[in-house]
Structures are given as C-alpha cells and as structure tokens.
Design a protein. Structure first.
Length: 188
C-alpha cells in the first residue's frame, strides 16, 4: 500500500495580498511559486550595498524623471503565484498605489548566501519575463562582483560580469556607475 502526500494548493497573488494586508510593516513577505515566504532582516553589509547602489541609481534616474526605490514588490499580470521583492527597483510613470510595480526599468538584487540560488535562478527568470525590464543587476556582497543581465529592444538577454575596477553601463538611464562605488565603506 502506498500513501500519497497531499500538497497545499499554490497561493495566488490576490490571496497573498489579502494575507499580508494586516501584517506589521516591519514584516516583509514575498510570494515565491505560490508560497508566502517571510524574509529575514538583511545584514548591515547587505544594506550598505543597497544604500550605495540606491544613491548611484537615484542620481541617474532623477535626471530622466524616473525613481529608484528599495522594498517594492514586483508583479506580472501573467504570473499568478509570484510576487518577489528585489533590492531596488527603478521605475518611471505614475506612483504606485499598492507597493507593487508591474513595469520596472531596472531591478537589482544584492546576494546573500541564503538567497543566492533564488536570486540567480527563479527570480531572475521571473524578472526577465517582465516586458519593460531592460537590466537586472546581481550584486555580490562578499566580493566586488556584479552580473548585469541586459537586453536591447529584442527578447534576448546578455550577461556581463564586472569586477571592482569596471563600470556598469546603464544606457537606459543615460549613464554609468563604477562598481567600486557600490562597496564604499565595506571591507572586501
């Protein structure tokens, strides 16, 4: 005789948003493949990189009428069971009413050992499915390394890996960011 395990049905974005509506502000939840996941508080090193990156991106974004913001969620109307929260999101257009962007221009992730697999795997796949996304920056926290996934006007993505002395070219923001600037104040 065999026993089958019954798996809970996948949560949909609408159910997820209802679930987190009354949660405390300090709790950060993501919906990953139909499962609500409480995010651990990021460490100081991680947050310093996010702040450094945020300053650099905000300066470029503001010149074009865009904004760079941390802590926003992302949604894709064609994916019903996924609503991640990347490190930073660069957007243009009207302000969000619900904290979830559907049309990001640039998305970033600062890698932590516990999130590396998702950030470079399933989340990267989700982000690349967003039609407005032009670049996905994966920033390492334990070494001066940035992976830039970018696409031109077509559907194909290309990958560039940069080190400490390189510069991140962001043509959609009309500028560039030195990789070294992301690690200001952080011993490597």
């Amino acid at each position: 005789m065999s026993l089958a395990l019954r798996r809970a049905p996948r949560m949909r974005v609408a159910e997820f948003l209802k679930m987190i509506r009354d949660r405390p502000d300090e709790e950060r939840w993501e919906l990953l493949d139909g499962e609500a996941v409480l995010m651990a508080p990021p460490g100081e090193r991680h947050q310093q990189i996010v702040m450094n990156l945020g300053r650099q991106l905000a300066t470029l974004a503001e010149k074009l009428g865009c904004r760079a913001l941390p802590g926003l969620g992302l949604r894709n109307d064609f994916v019903e069971d996924y609503a991640p929260i990347p490190g930073l999101v660069v957007l243009r257009g009207p302000h969000l009413s619900d904290g979830y962007a559907r049309d990001p221009l640039i998305v970033t992730a600062v890698l932590s050992p516990s999130t590396m697999h998702n950030d470079r795997g399933r989340k990267a796949e989700f982000y690349q499915g967003l039609q407005t996304l032009r670049a996905y920056l994966v920033v390492y926290s334990d070494e001066a390394r940035v992976e830039i996934w970018s696409r031109g006007n077509g559907p194909d993505w290309s990958l560039r890996v940069l080190g400490h002395d390189d510069v991140i070219s962001l043509p959609d923001l009309g500028g560039e960011v030195p990789v070294a600037a992301l690690y200001n104040g952080i011993p490597l």
